[in-house]
Design a protein. Structure first.
Length: 386
């Protein structure tokens, strides 16, 4: 139980600390905005300098003048928009037998027509030892939370490709919208290089399938914490890796704070390319580019990050379609893409459903006369005494 009375005593110092931090960040933000304006005429030279410098911090790759912005074109109609999302019940070491569950939603809207939408979720119950052996051979003996998360991302992308194929209508524009980043940041933290490589290869193969079938893919990152553009501006003002990060003039700045100041509602930024080494196994045309989008909403809106493969970024028509579609979805969802909100609602596994899942396992195994075990700690959490 949280003691709110004791917690309240700590808020005076919290407020004072935040006031100091925000004043410092505002000073750094003004310097970053000046650097952004100044680097515009020199962006090609800055691109060459960044490529030659190889800084330790991740910096954005420039494709065009970073000061540019663009209004959304008119969204095409009729239009097909598809989306997926996923959730999971992780393996629990307090429960035998070892198993996990993935729940993946599939959503397709046909705008400008009277056709019925597709809205469903598909559960994937995994419990066989052979499932892991077929997937990973000798690389994995049991599924961990990290592996299940990676598999969920992969299942989501595969479901997005499948629902796009199913909902696609000849001659009708289509956009496939994913939730979150298309760069597999988390996979490289597993401390198992062979397994990481296998997972990234499989994800890269799915990205290649989108291009092969001409299905424009994009993803939406709400409240992004990326710093690549801010790091690039640090390089521009002469802060390579010389000063400690906390002493750098532009330290602590997020990209979205910059674009909150430079974009009008509905506008997108210039398109940047990610320099993440995680993409080295992606095909060249599938490496991830991104832009920032000022999303209006009643509560003030936000600046989101929209990611696309390079082949989509290279096509002005497809890029404009993505921009217009994402903005339209955000307008319908009051600041967040409506189709992603629906995908989340269909995919999410709520707390009481998790309890029912374990109760179902226990009932099925007991009925069949099979051994089932759960630790007393696990049982206590599901049935609190007070």
């Amino acid at each position: 139980m949280l003691d709110l009375h004791r917690l309240q005593r700590q808020f005076a110092d919290f407020n004072a600390y935040q006031s100091r931090e925000q004043a410092l960040l505002n000073t750094r933000l003004r310097a970053a905005l000046e650097a952004l304006a100044a680097c515009g005429p020199e962006w090609e030279a800055l691109r060459e300098r960044a490529e030659a410098a190889r800084p330790s911090r991740l910096v954005a790759r420039l494709r065009e003048d970073p000061t540019g912005c663009c209004e959304a074109p008119e969204r095409p109609t009729p239009l097909t928009v598809v989306a997926t999302d996923g959730s999971q019940i992780y393996p629990d070491r307090h429960v035998e037998p070892h198993c996990y569950l993935l729940n993946i939603s599939r959503i397709a809207f046909q705008y400008g027509t009277l056709e019925r939408p597709l809205m469903e979720s598909v559960p994937f119950f995994r419990y066989r030892r052979e499932d892991l052996e077929d997937e990973f051979s000798e690389l994995l003996e049991s599924a961990t939370a990290e592996v299940v998360s990676a598999l969920r991302d992969e299942f989501e992308l595969r479901a997005l490709l499948d629902v796009a194929r199913q909902a696609r209508i000849d001659g009708r524009p289509l956009v496939a919208l994913a939730d979150g980043t298309l760069i597999r940041w988390m996979i490289r933290r597993m401390q198992h290089r062979a397994l990481e490589d296998r997972l990234i290869d499989r994800y890269a193969a799915l990205l290649a399938d989108f291009q092969a079938e001409g299905i424009p893919l994009c993803s939406y990152v709400s409240m992004p914490a990326n710093t690549e553009v801010a790091n690039l501006l640090g390089l521009f003002v002469g802060e390579d890796d010389a000063p400690p990060p906390e002493e750098a003039a532009l330290a602590g700045l997020l990209d979205r704070w910059l674009f909150e100041q430079t974009l009008a509602p509905g506008e997108r930024s210039a398109v940047f390319e990610s320099a993440s080494h995680i993409q080295q196994d992606y095909a060249a045309q599938d490496r991830i580019c991104y832009f920032y989008l000022r999303v209006p909403a009643r509560g003030g809106g936000e600046v989101a990050r929209v990611e696309v493969p390079r082949w989509v970024a290279d096509d002005p028509d497809l890029l404009g379609r993505v921009h217009a579609t994402v903005l339209s979805e955000c307008a319908k969802g009051d600041g967040y893409p409506m189709i992603l909100a629906e995908a989340h609602e269909r995919a999410v596994i709520r707390a009481h459903e998790r309890g029912l899942f374990y109760e179902l396992i226990e009932r099925e195994m007991t009925t069949a006369g099979l051994r089932h075990a759960a630790s007393l700690k696990s049982a206590s959490k599901r049935r609190p005494a007070v």
